[in-house]
Design a binder for this molecule. Sequence first.
Ligand code: IPT
Length: 973
Amino acid sequence: MDLPYYEDPGPGLGFEPARTATRSNAPALSLNGTWRFQLRPTAAEPDPGFDADWERSWDEIPVPGHWQLNGHGSPAYTNVRYPFPVDPPHVPDENPTGDYRRGFDLPADWPGPDQGARTLLRFDGVDSCFRVWLNGEPLGHAKGSRLAHEFEVGQLLRPGRNTLAVRVNQWSSGSYLEDQDMWWLSGIFRDVTLLSRPEAALDDHFVHAGYEHATGTGVLSVETSAPATLSIPELGLDRVDPAGPHRIPGVEPWSAEQPRLYDAVLSTPQETVSLRIGFRSIAIEDGVLRVNGRRILFRGVNRHEWHPERGRALDRATMLQDVLLMKRHNINAVRTSHYPPHPDFLDLCDEYGLWVIDECDLETHGFTEVGWRRNPTDDPMWHEACLDRIERTVERDKNHPAILLWSLGNEAGHGANLEAMAAWCHHRDPERPVHYEGDWDSSYVDVYSRMYASHEEVLAIGRREEAPASTPERDAHRRTLPFIQCEYAHAMGNGPGGLTEYQELFERYERLQGGFVWEWIDHGIPQRTPDGTPYYAYGGDFGEPLHDGNFIADGLLFPDRTPSPGLVEFRKVVAPVRIGGTAAGGGGGGLRIDNLYDFRSLEHLAFDWTVEEEGVPVARGTLTVPEVPAGTGVELPLPKVPAAAGESWLTVRATLAEDQPWAPAGHEVAWGQLQLAERPRRTPVPSGSDGSERQDGAALGPARFDPASGVLVRLGGLAVSGPRLDVWRAPTDNDLGGGERSIARAWRRAGLDRMRHRTVSAGPEDGAFVVRSRVAPAATDLGLQAEYRWSLEDGRLRLDLSVVPEGEWDALTLPRLGLRMALPAAFDRATWFGLGPGESYRDTRQAVRVGRFAAPVAQLQTPYVMPQENGNRSEVRWATFLDADGSGLRVEGEPFFDFTARPWTSEDLDAARHTADLHPRDQVFLTLDQAHQGIGSGSCGPGALPQHRLTAGATTFTLLFSEVSAASEVRPS
Ligand code: IPT
């Protein structure tokens, strides 16, 4: 086959063997910065040549960067499908090709060949295929976008001015191996560096630093590519033979919880390489993955590299921000989905403590569209490329203590090349287990991994009762393996729901060693509407003919790295300390504190408590917690607290006692709440008579109803509209999951988004005002009979709503069940006593606590990249919606209700595709709900668990309304 270099399935030509990323004192010159650039429509365009007038006429472009995010071409998003014909290894003629040029001055003291030195030109990442020239002479070409390539520049380097030319093709044979679910973005997106290599260079080394947990001994041996000495001052090793092995008693081990690193130096007469050594051992014993002798639990996330403006060209500050955000949200592990990250990120994982599954830059998912025919991972033509990719991954990253497992790639089907990659890993690095989810039988990997397995399936695996593998031998092998979910809890839009139930399984069954939420961050791209309103773009927004819409916005962080409610929930669910207990009235009861760390005691934490009555703090103190080793718990007496007059709660918090590298002292790690006293029972004093006196047919005390529809229109001085029975919510991404089979589709088919109201009767009855209506969608005889019974109680307007379904609702769920009403826009300050401060739904309710909270309506909206149901506050005892003067509406539950308050309607939310489509109206819209359908993670995975589904059934729901006037007492006494 005579193929152009960019279609040749091989990895390229002219580059050096892979070696470790290293910190050396040898001279290095960064070639990052402003380069010159020209984009051409095809790869066939002639090379502009060495003499081109690039310095004057070409555009400037930042390196590292992607050309699509710097004014040339535009981003495109597909998840699984290739945006070009599946015609391996060929790519279309339409192949955007970027020509890069830059000049640089060689430092006068740069060591030359006469001093025995070599010079390498290193590229840390170029997407997807590139060819390099120095001073007009070709150096080679390479593929493997997220892998490093070094070219020896030999005699081509000149004293003084040099010119570097790089031609990058958007599409290449490599694109078939890089079908990760992300934006297609091209260019030189990682660092470019010129590296001097002295004659006695230490190009490569391999640290083996084991930890014998029984004795506390470190066992150290460092392989080096050239004779060298090793020094670790802190351990008293001074210029010893790196090979050892050195047995070092009393070392402190490395773990994600306590990432102890020892600074070390490897030296040759001409080069010094600094190392950061972490002692730790990895073992799979009795079907359990252990580090330093202990079972660990992954509380992980899948991390793509993403910055809203820079794409995958991340700077170190952003990487550090990711690490700090992870640590502060109790995350202890990262799968580098689906390629090796920028090397600095792994340094940060070593330093701050995160377990890592380092994944190879390999995904061929689009072959699923053609029945996996000619899948590269099972075709000898691609053997070399596959092997080159895993070698470049392992060789570059092998010295990171943080990395526990190698992952062969993602969604690449299965085949001989993957098996060969696994075998190569086992041979090269026998100390680290190999992961690949696509090997469903786990025949060539060391951990059993699944993605999006339901709770039921995970339970079966935990009990070692899973369905058998394809052959008895394979089944027997797989049953000996620990289990992880390399992806679960799809964090798209509102959600994920069901985290708690997964965590319970992971904690209950030894074999289940946790998982990695999909995914860390929404890959939104900031854009503006013609009138200047900002929003985040997703697939299709750049005119791509083929795209997968907002499936690219499925992270725990919003694109600007603001934590979404999903991250706040995850932080609570995976908190390393669980605080609970019972508060039996009249003495008894007690606190229980469980240490869920894998290694640490709780010594680094301080415990404090607060008692709140009706959400108002009345007492506080600190707790002395004795030594609690990892994996154990203690019971403590309840602190002495004053007798409560109202509903009262004890909140206990665990915070950092001292500054940690990743968070300051006082940072909250965990909390728990115990109810001390129940809400006092109200003794209703019906006050029907004063109301009936004022009844003129459509009035009851301060309330005025529309005589025809029976709808409340006024409460004292307050104009209101509604409440009316309402079941619709703007579908969430999880409601929409499964396309035709989604619950959102079922709801729309049933017409729940366009219910009609027919007033059957409205009028006074026994001192009450009673409205009967039938609420139903078009084209069906399904319906809900609603009876609104309005009465007066203690000066409040009481509504008893009863709902009875009519017709065959069968398995159809309801989005929600409650009321909708509206107030004038000025009543936009909410205060409530209930769960908060954030949003919550029935299966995303761990991160919220009982308290009194206040927020303007504008802040009660969660800006999901694709607008959808959001902002619900749960288990609310009472809420007020007031204007700037403090007048407005108060609503009380009996006992609880959920609410949302928005400047737009559910229909507006439903119709909006981007946040910029939402425009405040002149009303505040309230939903006051008895219940919601759970959230689940059906956008990719299981929907809401059965106990979190909302089915139509006869029910009653009570609320009390009263007008708050500026002069009156807003808060209950
Ligand atoms: C899974 C992919 O591995 C991941 O990259 C992402 O695309 C995710 O889906 C959805 O967001 S694969 C899928 C077939 C479960």
